[in-house]
Ligand binder design. Sequence first.
Ligand code: TYD
Length: 203
Amino acid sequence: MSVRGVFVAFEGVDASGKSTQARRVAARHDALFTFEPGDSVLGVELRRWLLDAAIPMDPETEALLMLSDRSHHARRVIAPALAQGRSVVTDRYYPSSLAYQGYGRGVDLARLRAATELAIDGCLPDLVVLLDVSLEVANERRARDHEDRFESADLAFHERVRAGYLELAAHDVVPWVVVDANLEQTDLDARVDDALAALPWTA
Ligand code: TYD
């Protein structure tokens, strides 16, 4: 009988370095690397609509499209891999919707949580790693060409998202670790590895 794999979600504002960390950690532990929105055939279509700044959309509609992508991703990609004993590292998961659509756009958090339960059906991570970066550092790192729906949002939105993440980290149903992502890459790698060392990785 195979044991369920380890499931870790990386979170943070755009340009926090989470994608680099998630890929590195997945490779190190021979885990499945995956991401949201868009890491499935259906998800590619949803991501295209979601990021297109030229398609006007209400925050609730945006939230429900994110949740459609997440539901498909959790049920068809993440849960089956974990059930087979494979570990999974995802670049974004349900905290992104709470932070961006909830704290950022003002969608009701209680209803968002209820819809999240329906979407993910109990597929919760063992740990959420929040890469917390100041908006000054994130702005310096961010490429300015072809900004998507989220990159083109104002500074106050990104401030709310960052503050929302920190509040979630303190009160969420699963454990979180907050890592200072203003650090240089090698220091950040070491901090992230320390934070993940106690998990029961199989590789
Ligand atoms: P992502 O591909 O992770 O881009 P980045 O490298 O810029 O972080 O995510 C694309 C955008 O989608 C990002 O700006 C955050 C946003 N997003 C939400 O608003 N809600 C969600 O639930 C998810 C998964 C992403």
